[in-house]
Design a protein around this ligand. Structure first.
Ligand code: F1X
Length: 316
């Protein structure tokens, strides 16, 4: 599994009893880990015994810290060095579980650096069984970035999973990514211009809405379109049909990194050539298992396989 995650960072998880805007808070614990969505993908893949190779822009300032932390986890890294400072993502984890995330922007990237990144991905694709494009783009990287990488993957005969912000995902759709998996609010915002930060992912209409969005994403170019709706479930649309898969019940600790864990599980199944519904079942099971731990992408692989057995696909 090759994981392209241009905008790596340090994830600083800060535990506080309560998150109170305007107050001075004292942390009860902090944890610093290598971050960026692709790092979480690599962690979740490792829980299934799959070693991912990660590529990303490595800023000269503080970049060593990232490389050291990632190295300790055992993930192979192909850095593209750039000037600038490593961004920080702060994850506030209060006791009530209402997680707040502040994402740093990332270093300025110019055309020469982006073309070096693309060349690196092209070279690294040899011998890989799946490419996962994951996370935000640092400033200066073209919005078509994941579309360009999707074409590269296809030229190399490698299936491609695209998990990016809505504008980046939209730009990639015409290149035919093998799997996309936005959540319901991202998908509806992108497809129907519905911008609702508090989008309800638990109402009775959620399966129908997710199914509608998945169908639209497939029409726009995705080979397999999944629309996830947190604890409710996920919709899948392919050329062969449309399904709704209810989520298994889990003990929620933190949802951060669930989408990345989905991409890891689904990417593994896609690389193996599993049936489309099983691709989504493994993605959901991996995401659900990751919700039972505090650190993004950390999960128990055996627990994910147990959850896999509980997920059923209902044709629509
Ligand atoms: O700025 P991006 O790339 O969108 O998001 C980065 C990030 O907030 O997403 C992960 C959770 O999905 C965090 O571990 C990580 O640092």
């Amino acid at each position: 599994m090759l994981i392209a995650t241009p905008n790596i960072c340090l994830d600083i998880t800060v535990r506080v009893p309560r998150l109170v805007p305007g107050a001075v808070l004292r942390a009860t614990g902090t944890e610093t880990t290598a971050g960026g969505k692709g790092v979480n993908v690599a962690r979740a893949a490792r829980a299934h015994g799959v070693a991912g190779v990660l590529t990303g822009f490595l800023p000269r300032e503080d970049g060593d810290r990232f490389a050291t932390l990632l190295g300790r986890e055992g993930t192979a890294f192909l850095p593209v060095p750039v000037d600038g400072v490593l961004r920080v993502v702060t994850i506030f984890l209060p006791d009530d579980g209402q997680v707040t995330v502040v994402n740093g922007r990332g270093p300025e990237i110019d055309a020469a650096h982006w073309s070096r990144f693309v060349d690196g991905v092209r070279a690294a694709l040899a011998g890989q069984d799946v490419l996962v494009c994951s996370g935000s783009l640092p400033p200066g990287v073209p919005v078509e970035a994941y579309g360009e990488l999707t074409r590269l993957g296809h030229e190399a005969g490698v299936p491609v999973v695209v998990d990016g912000a809505p504008p980046v995902l939209r730009a990639a759709l015409p290149t035919g990514p093998d799997l996309v998996s936005p959540n319901l609010s991202e998908a509806e915002g992108m497809l129907f211009g519905r911008v609702d930060e508090d989008v309800n992912e638990t109402g009775d209409d959620v399966p129908d809405r997710a199914v509608t969005a998945a169908r639209e994403l497939r029409r726009a170019g995705a080979v397999r379109a999944v629309v996830t709706a947190g604890g409710s479930g996920a919709a899948l649309a392919t050329a062969d049909g449309v399904w709704w898969l209810p989520s298994p019940t889990v003990h929620l600790v933190s949802p951060i990194g669930a989408g990345d864990s989905f991409a890891a599980g689904a990417g593994i199944a896609l690389a193996r050539g599993d049936a489309d519904v099983d691709v989504v079942r493994l993605g959901m099971a991996t995401a659900s298992a990751s919700c039972e731990t505090a650190v993004a992408g950390i999960l128990d692989g055996a627990r994910a396989l147990e959850l896999f057995e509980q997920i059923e696909a209902e044709p629509r």
